[in-house]
Design a protein around this ligand. Structure first.
Ligand code: M6R
Length: 607
């Protein structure tokens, strides 16, 4: 949600800020803006819409400024127009700020500041920050920010520059992520590492309630009471090339094609001599043996991975497991017992609801295990144990390769539990390891069907709605197929457990409604096929995801996408790939922006 960049140094500031914003634009793309300080003045450029529109405005503009900030917005308060676009300035343009988060007490602050004569121009919550800085300024920008944060409630990462101080900028953080990138004679600010990796690999993740003062030569950290705070420098191992399209038309297409290598990387990382090893799991064998319950909580696609994780953990690890949507989990009474672990699953590691849940669970003395893609993220740092999904940067707003990474790491974790808890024999354990090693080639076979899926989808993109049905481990696959289609194509879609159709949704079936049946040869195959027959009997247009060699599927419809034979436990990995490709091609047929669908943001850092 909203991306922030900042720069101080000798490089061409406009291009550094624009490139940074472009790399963060998956965090929000309602408007973009930058502010720079030169000759004791602040210059501001803003444009509604995506960053490239602002970049176009600036094509012929030059600046010799050495300090500046930028913002790409996901609107929360105020419509996405140029007035509400960040940066926001005070009336005399002495200060400019960019903000990510929500200031929850902005209404009362705004009334107070209006009474005191401060002039508001926007409908945003963020504007109060700049007026508070103005109000408290008495010669020191850091002091003004220290006074300001004492007044703010909610979540924020913000960055301030001043026409009165062209040699430094100030950053503050509470409940929203922000990172400082360290250079030689220059320093950077960014909401996440993606905007930084092209410039520097040395970063500092700001701790909660920290104020940072950046010059081109130094970075100082303070807590909210103004006391100096030590900081740790981390090395990022992502390369800038991993955040490029590398010849693909879209990031999503590239990320779908990276899925075989994601599985290979995870195997290289966690399977040593056919044994599963998690270096940062942190829980002892005794903890894992005695564990009485796991409670998984996550959002969106990560929640779907969690639903499959429950099946795997209960089947292979034999630990009772619950799964909650994070935004719901927070509001239920959490009854804590000894030996229970709360699990967070998150690509970004910054999802506000998921993060809030782990904080809530920690306050009730639960231990926290996280499955996270982004190293150094808040969820990574605040968890007791971590298993990285090791997918590298995922830029497409619709999650694809990271979902596969989540499924594979949950599968390995379940196997690991089963082994430690003596629930599976050595032979069975080795059979599972063998199956997973065969997976990358099987995924390649499914992806190779992309041209055929593209042709097939040309017959479906004009549908008003699509229903996805599955059972058991592939009921969450149905949910994921429907989510991908909704977010990419804006077409109504719903995922249903196939056995529930007859309890109501079957009333929707007619000869206009496409129904995607996920029918690999698993334990629920026969029951699934009965449900498919029920749909066919009512004229539904069937698309089936079936196992190679399934001749019955072909008798039911011409539109069958085959996946290679696979174990029940790994079937969701192969079955979801045709659904990703279906959503991708339907969205392209409808002229949708597949990498940056409307109204969405990659990293949802507000609750
Ligand atoms: O970063 P997270 O995994 O915590 O994000 C959770 C959801 O916001 C995310 O999966 C979202 O549903 C995606 N757009 C789905 O493609």
């Amino acid at each position: 949600m909203c991306g922030i960049v900042g720069y101080i140094g000798d490089k061409d500031i406009l291009s550094v800020l624009i490139v940074g914003l472009e790399r963060l634009s998956y965090r929000g793309y309602d408007s973009a803006g930058i502010a720079v300080v030169s000759d004791d003045e602040i210059s501001v450029w803003k444009h509604p819409g995506k960053v490239h529109r602002l970049a176009k405005d600036l094509e012929t503009t030059t600046s010799h400024a050495r300090v500046g900030i930028g913002h790409t917005r996901w609107a929360t308060h105020g419509i996405p127009n140029d007035i509400n676009a960040h940066p926001h300035c005070d009336a005399q343009r002495r200060f400019a700020i960019v903000h990510n988060g929500i200031i929850e007490n902005y209404m009362s602050l705004r009334s107070e500041l209006v009474k005191e004569g401060f002039l508001f121009r926007t409908q945003t919550d963020s504007e109060v920050i700049v007026h508070l800085v103005d109000k408290y300024y008495n010669g020191s920008l850091r002091d003004a920010v220290t006074q300001t944060v004492k007044r703010l409630e909610g979540s924020y990462a913000f960055c301030v520059v001043s026409a009165l101080h062209d040699n430094h900028m100030i950053v503050a953080r509470k409940n929203s992520p922000i990172i400082v990138g360290l250079g030689k004679d220059e320093n950077y600010v960014s909401s996440d590492v993606n905007a930084l990796v092209a410039q520097t690999k040395r970063v500092v993740y700001l701790e909660e309630e920290t104020i940072a003062v950046l010059s081109d030569q130094s970075v100082e950290m303070y807590d909210f009471s103004g006391q100096p705070r030590a900081h740790t420098v981390s090395e990022v191992n992502w390369t800038a090339e991993r955040s490029e399209k590398n010849g693909y038309d879209h990031f999503m297409q590239k990320e779908i094609h990276e899925q075989p290598s994601v599985v290979r990387t995870i195997l290289d990382t966690y399977v040593k001599n056919n044994e599963i090893v998690f270096p940062k799991l942190s829980f002892s064998t005794k903890d894992l043996k005695n564990m009485s319950r796991l409670i998984i909580q996550a959002c969106g696609t990560s929640w779907h991975a969690g639903l499959i994780g429950k099946y795997l953990i209960e089947e292979l690890g034999r630990v009772p497991t619950e799964v909650d949507i994070s935004s719901e989990f927070r509001y239920r009474r959490l009854l804590s017992h000894a030996d229970e672990i709360v699990v967070a699953i998150s690509q970004s590691g910054e999802t506000a609801d998921t993060l809030a849940c782990i904080r809530e669970a920690k306050s009730k003395y639960f231990s926290i295990l996280s499955f996270v893609n982004t190293e150094g993220s808040s969820i990574d740092r605040e968890s007791d144990g971590v298993i990285y999904t090791a997918c590298g940067p995922e830029i497409g707003v619709a999650s694809t390769k990271n979902y596969i990474g989540q499924l594979i790491t949950l599968y390995l974790f379940s196997l690991h539990l089963g082994r430690i808890r003596n629930m599976i024999s050595d032979d069975v354990y080795q059979k599972h390891i063998h199956d997973i090693k065969a997976l990358p080639v099987a995924i390649e076979n499914v992806i190779a069907q992309a041209p055929a899926i593209k042709t097939m989808m040309a017959r479906y993109y004009s549908a008003k709605s699509i229903i996805f049905i599955g059972r058991g481990l592939n009921y969450p696959t149905a949910l994921e197929g429907a989510l991908k289609l909704k977010e990419l194509s804006y077409m109504h879609a719903t995922g249903y457990p196939a056995g529930e159709l007859k309890h109501g949704p079957i009333a929707l079936i007619d000869d206009n409604l496409p129904v995607v049946g996920i029918v690999p040869k698993t334990a629920t195959y026969k029951k699934m096929m009965s449900n498919i027959q029920e749909v066919k009997a009512r004229g539904g247009r069937l698309i089936l995801i079936a196992t190679e060699g399934d001749t019955v599927a072909k008798q039911l419809t011409d539109d069958v996408i085959y996946i290679p034979p696979i174990s029940d436990e790994l079937s969701p990995v192969l079955a979801v790939i045709p659904l990703q490709l279906m959503a991708y091609y339907i969205a392209l047929n409808l002229g949708c922006d597949v990498d940056q669908p409307r109204n969405l943001a990659k990293s949802v850092t507000v609750e």
